[in-house]
Design a protein around this ligand. Structure first.
Ligand SMILES: C[S@@+](CC[C@H](N)C(=O)[O-])C[C@H]1O[C@@H](n2cnc3c(N)ncnc32)[C@H](O)[C@@H]1O
Length: 192
């Protein structure tokens, strides 16, 4: 099922709305991470820079074949080769693969979806203990130039509660301001 309000505006416009280097810096997406999964590559806005930063393979999923194709094309042009592409429905089928097999899971601009706890639980399943689920979302502010309807847009505190329900704990830095329009939260799957 395509998650609600997960369509995208035109690519060039979308990419004016995000300070990608700042977001990845503050969310600590770097060489320490090896294998990572991403829900919704979209235009590859994050896929390419994340793949360049991590030391392993990024597996990215999107339900829309055109989005996967666009991302694949951009990665080929940029010489980025550590990405695996999956056209698939993460809501219905999850990320596949072994539990506890990834260093991080990215849920960017998606947690206004139906059943967010189900997605967070799938993210928690796929990361190793002590590893990370990274969330990015639009500020809870009707002045943002895009973003989901306010009646389904989660406040950061609500995402923290959902994550707790899914068995994740917030990292010590808490809620990160990611200007101009976003906030971010890193969660960890508790260690054994
Ligand atoms: C709002 S966009 C965000 C894209 C990217 N994460 C970003 O922030 O630039 C959400 C993406 O998720 C994809 N999507 C929606 N439902 C999905 C599902 N059930 N499984 C996989 N991808 C899905 C959409 O096709 C879209 O490309």
């Amino acid at each position: 099922m395509k998650l609600r309000e997960s369509g995208m505006p035109e690519e060039a416009y979308w990419e004016t709305l995000l300070d990608v280097p700042l977001i990845l810096e503050r969310l600590e997406i770097n060489q320490q991470l090896r294998d990572v999964v991403e829900l919704g590559c979209g235009y590859g806005t994050f896929t390419l820079p994340v793949a360049k930063r991590i030391s392993g393979v990024l597996t990215t999923f999107d339900i829309e074949p055109e989005m996967v194709e666009r991302t694949r094309q951009r990665a080929a042009q940029a010489g980025v080769s550590n990405v695996l592409y999956v056209v698939g429905d993460v809501f219905a089928d999850g990320f596949g693969g072994e539990p506890a097999s990834k260093d991080a899971c990215l849920l960017f601009n998606i947690l206004h979806c139906e059943q967010p706890v189900r997605l967070l639980a799938e993210a928690a399943r796929v990361v190793r203990s002590s590893d990370f689920v990274h969330v990015l979302h639009w500020r809870f502010d009707p002045a943002t130039p895009r973003g989901p309807s306010m009646n389904i847009r989660p406040r950061p505190e609500l995402i923290v509660n959902w994550a707790k329900e899914a068995g994740l704990v917030s990292c010590p830095e808490g809620i990160l301001d990611l200007p101009p329009w976003h906030y971010g939260i890193r969660f960890q799957r508790p260690g054994i």
